[in-house]
Write a protein that binds this ligand. Structure first.
Ligand SMILES: Nc1ncnc2c1ncn2[C@@H]1O[C@H](COP(=O)(O)OP(=O)(O)O)[C@@H](O)[C@H]1O
Ligand SMILES: Nc1ccn([C@@H]2O[C@H](COP(=O)(O)O)[C@@H](O)[C@H]2O)c(=O)n1
Length: 209
């Protein structure tokens, strides 16, 4: 397999719009590989469900960084990976994996994507999506209740006990690793410029950053 022309990392708080922006800046590109950091939550098969429900999923230790590094390196070298699948309703990976080939553009997207030094070394461009906390929590409540089968009270208590403090301690500070900070309110211009750059690199007119 050919190696990717461009490897992009996107970090930012929960509900900031990372996934949305990942799709927008690569729209029209034929071959894109999305690597959601959520799929690299640690394997909890040996942990009972009652304990899994109590885990702090916003701390860097919740992730299997070793596997993510291995997989990202493989994609960067043009190799296929078996990507884990994550099921939020059981707080664990499923038994299935997905066979993923390296695209022309590879994008890693998640709250703490820029936390790991070795992951950052593999990225051509580091993005941070900045969105106000009140907007993010509203989006999060809607998503967790509708798509992730959560109760409203649980979403609120998780937000106050772990999501918010971990955001302040770990997510917000990784902004300093970013090449570009995308202000959500002004993202049309930022996204347009990034899309142009991505297409330029993919079409061979521009060099990677
Ligand atoms: N600029 C935006 N304006 C309005 N809604 C948005 C915007 N960006 C994202 N959303 C919505 O907010 C929710 C969370 O967006 P998503 O991209 O999944 O965030 P993240 O990946 O950072 O958690 C989704 O329902 C999405 O449609
Ligand atoms: N079992 C889990 C695993 C993760 N979370 C939350 O997901 C958030 C990250 O996903 P985004 O799409 O919002 O970036 C993170 O804030 C975790 O709290 C969860 O609730 N349960």
């Amino acid at each position: 397999m050919p190696v990717p022309s461009l490897v992009i990392g996107i970090a930012g708080g929960t509900g900031a719009g990372k996934t949305t922006i990942a799709h927008e800046i690569t729209s029209g590109v034929d071959s894109v590989t999305l690597v959601p950091l959520d799929n690299y939550y640690a394997d909890r098969s040996d942990t009972p469900m009652t304990e899994r429900e109590q885990i702090n999923y916003d701390h860097p230790d919740a992730f299997d960084w070793k596997l993510l590094r291995e997989h990202l390196l493989a994609l960067c070298e043009g190799r296929t990976i078996e990507m884990p699948e994550y099921d939020f309703s059981i707080h664990n990976r499923t038994d299935e994996t997905t066979t993923v080939d390296p695209g022309d553009v590879v994008m890693v997207e998640g709250i703490l994507t820029l936390h790991d030094e070795q992951v950052c070394e593999l990225l051509d461009i580091n993005l941070y999506v900045e969105t106000d906390a009140d907007v993010r929590i509203i989006r999060r409540i809607r998503r967790d209740v509708i798509e992730r089968g959560r109760e409203l009270d649980g979403v609120i208590s998780q937000y106050l006990s772990t999501v918010k403090p971990m955001h302040e301690q770990f997510v917000e500070p990784i902004k300093k690793e970013a090449d570009l900070i995308i202000p959500e309110g002004a993202n049309d211009t930022a996204v347009g410029l990034l899309r142009e750059q991505v297409h330029g690199v993919v079409d061979g007119d521009e060099r990677p950053f």
